[in-house]
Design a protein around this ligand. Structure first.
Ligand code: SF4
Ligand code: SF4
Length: 393
């Protein structure tokens, strides 16, 4: 594998001119957008549209990033289409709240209809060999992945690799958590999906990743429970794993906990070793001293977590679990609707959720979709046992 390039551009704000310059430089650094987008190519821009959230909540890709990218695609003769599958709510509702719909209307860009699905195969898949994903993505000529840089309650971070889970339609995503039980297998499933996408788009030659890290997210992400955190960076690479590794470095997080990155790199689908990545643009020293607060407990994939998962009677004592801050709950019922195992019941007036923890699979879909950030990962009852290990943040 040749040494992948990751372009890192300092970008202090979402001013239209500043973002446009950073995005253009990112594309130039990775060899020029025209290298990936032939004239007339249909380019699917996969934003992060997890739930309906305003730009300042830092849950979704910022609209000015989208504006700059679609203008660049047109400059080289491509045809941009934009979309994503929110976990809850209609895509247009989420696009509107994120401020992206207004930009697409101003720029005259098509919003992709993602409702129709098609099967995408990965014969090398370890957990799963085929996925139902949105047809509009698969039928595009080029995939331009536009993640937001965020910490994540389940996978530690979500950047380029994890963002592609959004290719699976809306509420189906929660069901995939169920298919990936025990939860250590979820990372394998995400790597299988990435492998399917990589294979489909010319062994990765027709995919490019550009990450919005200007105002990123720390803490209990990736939903509204996380905390916006200024980072001032735009990143791009043709290698999703390399981009994730550099994003981790910028945020001052621990690369050993990026188990998805390790899994993908282990399958030779990307580069996870910082020493083998060509870092172009603003040097790493500009972000030295940055230390993002991780989500409280990223449990998945560790040896200890696998050991505990084989002993269900231990889980309630030593594993984190979802918990409610009742005063923040607006009784919207989204958590109840998304839970793939139906262990959230609603009671009271106004209704509040409660969790049957012995059957909870710790997917944290409920926390991701909660618009009020009312569901948080809670420390295990035997926190002293978990304290120094992978159970806590
Ligand atoms: S209660 Fe929350 S964390 Fe537990 S299975 Fe349901 S959605 Fe997942
Ligand atoms: S906890 Fe959150 S998602 Fe669940 S009902 Fe309350 S506000 Fe809605």
């Amino acid at each position: 594998m040749s040494q992948p390039i990751v372009s890192v551009q300092s970008c202090p704000s979402y001013s239209q001119d500043g973002v446009a310059a950073a995005v253009r430089q990112c594309f130039d650094d990775v060899g020029g957008l025209e290298r990936f987008v032939p004239s007339g190519a249909r380019v699917f821009c996969k934003v992060n549209l997890l739930v309906p959230a305003a730009p300042e909540q830092a849950v979704t890709t910022h609209p000015e990033i989208v504006r700059a990218v679609v203008r660049e695609i047109r400059r080289v003769g491509g045809i941009p289409v934009v979309g994503d599958n929110p976990a809850v709510a209609k895509p247009r509702t989420a696009l509107r709240k994120a401020g992206i719909l207004a930009v697409l209307e101003e720029e005259g860009v098509e919003v992709a209809d993602l409702s129709d699905v098609i099967v995408l195969d990965n014969p090398d898949g370890v957990v799963c060999q085929s996925f139902e994903v949105s047809r509009a993505v698969v039928e595009a000529d080029v995939l331009l992945n536009l993640p937001k840089l965020k910490t994540h309650s389940l996978t530690y971070m979500t950047v380029a690799l994890k963002n592609l889970f959004g290719l699976i339609p809306g509420t189906h995503k929660a069901q995939w958590h169920l298919k990936a039980q025990p939860s250590g297998r979820f990372v394998g499933l995400l790597a299988d999906l990435y492998g399917a996408v990589y294979r489909h788009f010319g062994q990765g030659t027709r995919i490019l990743h550009l990450c919005d890290g200007i105002v990123a997210m720390e803490g209990d992400g990736p939903g509204p429970g996380g905390t916006p955190r200024y980072l001032g960076a735009v990143l791009a690479s043709a290698d999703a794993a390399a981009l994730d590794r550099v994003a981790c470095e910028l945020a001052g997080l621990d690369p050993d906990r990026l188990v998805l990155l390790k899994e993908v790199a282990g399958r030779a689908l990307g580069e996870g070793d910082l020493d083998r990545i060509r870092w172009l643009g603003t040097p790493a020293s500009s972000w030295s001293g940055v230390r993002f607060k991780p989500a409280s407990g990223s449990f998945v994939g560790s040896a200890v977590s696998r050991w505990v998962q084989r002993r269900p009677w231990l889980q309630d004592l030593v594993r984190d679990h979802p918990g409610l801050e009742p005063s923040r709950c607006s009784s919207c019922r989204r958590c109840h609707e998304i839970c793939p195992v139906g262990v959230i019941s609603l009671a009271g007036s106004p209704v509040k959720p409660s969790f049957e923890l012995s059957k909870c699979i710790r997917c944290y879909c409920c926390a991701e979709v909660c618009p009020e950030g009312a569901i948080r990962k809670q420390a295990p009852r035997l926190a002293w046992l978990a304290g120094a290990g992978p159970f806590s943040g």
